[in-house]
Design a protein around this ligand. Structure first.
Ligand code: ADP
Ligand code: F6P
Length: 467
């Protein structure tokens, strides 16, 4: 271990992810992957390689390179056709629904799949010349299953020393679901190229090991480990404290005129359970002897995401309609019960708003971890914290035992939890919050990356995880 310990200090870290943040646009990054990584890597020397978020006529061979502090960003545009096949097609219309247990809406198209493999190969070809033989390469998420194998193919024997790890940010369903997606056996074979394979929860790890074993990849199954993603808890808490005293928070507070605030923050994605959540809120207003009418305001941020995928457009229409119906039915001339905003907001603003909210409402139907839940906890005032209402199907539910845990498919259960949260005495709120804060501060972004990288590079924390 001592040998590796020394080595890990020498190795450069190379991050490979579909999303690469634009260093000039710090602030609003709607997506857990970019948030967890940005917060984990602060201050470390690294190369972050991946898609620029932009399209070109054809995918170029060479990335654009920008240096910013100790971080180098290498970003590749995607050709229109590649973007459609790889990102909209296989990644977001096939893999994303399948991995979130939604086989019913998963589509499969052989050309999309071929495009997905082609883009992975093109990414590997573009990264290979930038690599040093002793780099540590950390590949992220479902867009990039084949990347490690493609990279090894390109580097050949010269890369024998190269460590390549993979982290899946989203859930991993049981083999019966995973295996239903055509070509999924090739994706499992792709994983054998990685030295370490990380997932968010023990449940995900169990499923993935079983899938790998059934496919005859026992050795790869032994490389699967659990490292729950986290946030920079202390940083987010400080940000929330500052922002809560700022002008935007002041405007929000003034607009509430004493009403309790419920907040929701999600990408506009069908895995987030927004229609069920809106219905649950409608039932809160309709029931409970009418005591919540005029007494509560629900603010939902849902920045539009993956708009070109049909399911996302349909969801947006559904939410537009539901919002109109709830407000039409329950609003008064001086009270709008549901404020629904489909834009991203700056991170500090969000943090301040979370601190003002009496309830954080986080009810995904499935979620790998869900960082919003952790952000809500970190943002609270320890002396007067709010209550987290959390889906049992978010990875975070395994860590945040002080939350009011609900089945997100049951709008009545959501309504009951909201009712309970809104009337919870301070002593209970504080006790619940303390337990959750402990978990959020312990399993933060730094611990996540430290744990994973220790396993990948060797070193003392690796033994800790293996135990
Ligand atoms: P996912 O990765 O599926 O989007 P997470 O909850 O893990 O889900 O991460 C979402 C991240 O994006 C969080 O850091 C959250 O604060 C951020 N985010 C979500 N919605 C917004 C928004 N409207 N404005 C700014 N940031 C947002
Ligand atoms: O965390 C899950 C995830 O799919 C990330 O991989 C992704 O960056 C994020 O959600 C946001 O989605 P997208 O990159 O497609 O906008």
């Amino acid at each position: 271990a001592g040998h590796y310990c020394h080595e890990s200090r020498r190795r450069r870290l190379v991050i490979v992810a579909n999303r690469v943040p634009n260093p000039r646009e710090r602030g609003a990054a709607a997506g857990g992957l970019a948030v967890a990584l940005q917060e984990a890597l602060a201050g470390r020397e690294a190369l972050w390689f991946g898609w620029s978020g932009q399209c070109a006529e054809a995918t170029p061979r060479e990335p654009r390179i920008v240096r910013h502090g100790r971080m180098t960003y290498a970003r590749l545009d995607l050709g229109e056709a590649d973007y459609r096949r790889y990102y909209e097609g296989f990644a977001n219309a096939s893999l994303w629904p399948m991995l979130h247990y939604r086989l019913g809406i998963a589509q499969f198209d052989r050309e999309d799949y071929a495009g997905y493999r082609l883009v992975n190969a093109a990414f590997a070809a573009a990264l290979a010349p930038l690599l040093r033989p002793d780099d540590t390469v950390w590949v992220h998420d479902f867009h990039l299953f084949p990347f490690g194998a493609e990279l090894r193919r390109r580097i050949g024997r010269g890369g024998a020393d190269l460590r390549i790890g993979f982290f899946l940010h989203v859930p991993c369903p049981p083999p019966s679901v995973f295996g239903a997606l055509p070509r999924s056996e090739e994706l499992l074979a792709d994983l054998t190229a990685y030295d370490v394979i990380g997932v968010q929860t023990e449940e995900d790890a169990g499923h993935l090991r079983e899938a790998l074993q059934r496919a005859g990849h026992d050795e790869a199954a032994r490389r699967v480990g659990t490292w729950p993603a986290g946030i920079d808890a202390a940083g987010f808490a400080a940000m929330a404290r500052r922002a809560a005293a700022g002008p935007e928070a002041e405007r929000l507070r003034a607009s509430l005129v004493g009403r309790s605030l419920v907040i929701g923050v999600d990408r506009l994605d069908y895995t987030k359970g927004l229609p069920h959540r809106f219905s649950g809120y409608g039932r809160l207003l309709a029931g409970f002897e009418g005591r919540h009418l005029g007494a509560v305001t629900y603010l939902q941020f849902a920045p539009v995401s993956r708009e070109e995928v049909a399911q996302y457009r349909a969801l947006r229409r559904e939410l537009d309609e539901l919002t109109g119906r709830i407000n039409g039915q329950y609003a008064d001339f001086d009270w709008v019960p549901l404020r629904y905003i489909t834009r991203a907001v700056a991170r500090p603003t969000l943090a301040g708003f979370m601190r003002i909210a009496r309830v954080g409402l986080v009810t995904p139907l499935r979620d790998g971890m869900n960082l919003v839940a952790k952000e809500y906890v970190a943002a609270q005032d320890p002396g007067d914290p709010g209550v987290l209402v959390l889906s049992r199907f978010a990875g975070a539910a395994g860590q945040l035992e002080g939350a009011l845990v609900v089945n997100p498919l049951d709008p009545d259960e959501i309504a009951e939890a909201l009712d309970r949260a809104l009337s919870m005495p301070a002593a209970e709120r504080i006790a619940r919050w303390r337990g959750m804060a402990q978990a959020v501060w312990t399993h933060d972004a730094a611990a996540w990356s430290r744990g994973f990288l220790a396993a990948l590079e060797g070193g003392p924390a690796a033994a800790e995880q293996a135990a």
